[in-house]
Write a protein that binds this ligand. Structure first.
Ligand SMILES: [Zn+2]
Ligand SMILES: [Zn+2]
Length: 163
C-alpha cells in the first residue's frame, strides 16, 4: 500500500516516525503517526465512550473520531466508520458510532488527555476493479493508538472492524 487513505490526508502524516515504526507489523498493514496540520504532535482525541455488548458491556471509544491540537486548538477529523474503511466506502457501515457532542479520550493509567497518536490500517479483503484504483481506502480494520504525554503509556484508543 503506497498511498495515504483519504480520511487522514488533511492531517500531518508520518509513516517513518519512531512511534509509527514501533507499532508496525509484518502483515499487510499501513501504520502512520498523525498530528495537527500545524505540525504540533500533542493532541487530545475526540469521540464517544459507549458500552459495547460485543465486549461484554465494557466501555469502548468509538467514532466519528477527531482530535484537537494543544497549540492551535484546531479540531481535525481522523476517521468516521460511516464514510471510511471498506464498509463506509460501500455504504454499509455496521460499526458502532456516536452522535452529539464528543468527549475527550483519557489515558486509562493517569487520566491525562494529551497524547501523541498513530493509526494502523489493515488490508485483508479482496478489492474489485473499481476499488483497486484507490485500495488504500478499503481497509478492513482500523486501529488508533495513543502514547500518553504524561506517563508515556501506549494504549489502544479504538479498534474498528470495517467489514
Ligand atoms: Zn495545531
Ligand atoms: Zn498516562
Amino acid at each position: 500500500m503506497n498511498n495515504t487513505p483519504r480520511c487522514i490526508r488533511q492531517l500531518n502524516v508520518d509513516f517513518n516516525s519512531e512511534f509509527a515504526l514501533r507499532l508496525a507489523r509484518p502483515d499487510d498493514s499501513l501504520c502512520a503517526e498523525v498530528s495537527c496540520p500545524c505540525g504540533n504532535d500533542i493532541v487530545c482525541v475526540l469521540g464517544y465512550y459507549v458500552n459495547s455488548d460485543a465486549a461484554n458491556g465494557k466501555q469502548i471509544f468509538v467514532g466519528p473520531l477527531g482530535m484537537k491540537c494543544s497549540t492551535c486548538s484546531l479540531e481535525s477529523e481522523i476517521m468516521d466508520p460511516e464514510v471510511h474503511g471498506y464498509n463506509g466506502e460501500i455504504g454499509s457501515n455496521t460499526t458502532m458510532r456516536g452522535s452529539g457532542p464528543r468527549r475527550t479520550w483519557h489515558c486509562p493509567t493517569c487520566k491525562n488527555e494529551w497524547v501523541r497518536i498513530a493509526v494502523v490500517f489493515s488490508y485483508q479483503v479482496e478489492v474489485d476493479d473499481v476499488m483497486s484504483k484507490r485500495p488504500e481506502d478499503y481497509f478492513d480494520v482500523f486501529q488508533l493508538f495513543a502514547e500518553c504525554y504524561r506517563c508515556n503509556g501506549v494504549s489502544t484508543v479504538s479498534l474498528f472492524d470495517c467489514t
